[in-house]
Design a protein around this ligand. Structure first.
Ligand SMILES: [Zn+2]
Length: 277
């Protein structure tokens, strides 16, 4: 049976990349409509689906051809991680609030709204018959049938304070909330100038991101996990896979050095090869 939330709930702040005031209201969705954005920018609701992806640089963007919503992955990750199938997301600007850089404020808000099941609405899920692989250089993904939904993700970066981090994770709403949702987005101080020159990270600060400098990691309150970077990459992966429009079932996914562009390509491959049971 499909699920949505019971009541509306609002989060406000500023967007990470555009740096503008941002407000989203999560609303219960009546029909089996998946995740949709609505608001003054759109004539019709914009479904958060793979065929609407218009950009994957430092975040995943979706468009209806006229309006674009930037950085949708953290919010979608929270919804998918908590097992919500249908959600209307009213948004006032082009980007959801950065919040604290993680998916936790979204997940907490959705939890606070409460979940409800929708009798009579079917919940098709993605399952695999065999192994699926994708690679490009040292970026690798694979998925294969396995009970439950589990992940193994490796993040690696040639910096003495990062190195190689691997996270093993079995997805349930409770585990997602505790082990994945709190992991914050991060960036390297040496990239910040270039990002800002490219019109990205304009709203970024230590309030909503972890910054890795040459000799130290700048993180408000310290790192939340020793492997917070790998966990955030997993948070992003769960958010990008949610664009398939179908929840995963009985599958294990392994990813090495994932990023948004590859996540989206892998989600497309998964949707194409998987059964919709
Ligand atoms: Zn992210």
């Amino acid at each position: 049976m499909r699920t949505t939330i019971k009541a509306a709930v609002t989060i406000e702040g500023i967007g990470l990349h555009k740096g503008k005031p941002a407000k989203v209201t999560f609303l219960p969705a009546e029909g089996p409509t998946g995740y949709r954005f609505l608001g003054p920018l759109f004539k019709e609701p914009l479904p958060a689906r793979l065929d609407k992806v218009s950009g994957t640089v430092r975040g995943t963007n979706i468009t209806d051809g006229t309006a674009t919503i930037y950085t949708v992955e953290h919010l979608l990750s929270a919804a998918a991680g908590l097992g919500i199938d249908d959600l209307d997301i009213e948004i006032t600007g082009e980007e959801p609030p950065a919040a604290d850089g993680s998916a936790l404020p979204f997940a907490m808000a959705l939890r606070q709204a409460g979940l409800q099941e929708k009798p009579g609405q079917e919940r098709p899920e993605l399952t695999l018959d065999g192994k699926l692989e994708m690679s490009k250089g040292d970026i690798k993904y694979c998925a294969y049938p396995s009970p439950g939904v589990s992940f193994r993700l490796t993040y690696e970066y040639p910096h003495k304070l990062v190195g190689k981090q691997t996270i093993e994770f079995s997805l349930t709403p409770e585990e997602y909330l505790v082990r994945v949702a709190p992991a914050r987005t991060f960036g390297f101080s040496h990239e910040l100038e270039a990002l800002k020159a490219a019109g990205l990270a304009l709203g970024g600060s230590l309030e909503n991101a972890v910054v890795i400098a040459e000799h130290e990691v700048l993180a408000k309150g310290g790192l939340r996990f020793a492997d917070e970077f790998a966990r955030h990459k997993l948070l992003d992966l769960i958010g990008d896979l949610a664009l398939s429009g179908l929840p995963l079932r009985d599958v294990r996914i392994e990813a090495e050095r994932p990023g948004h562009a590859a996540n989206v390509n892998f989600a497309k491959l998964l949707l194409e090869k998987a059964k919709k049971a």
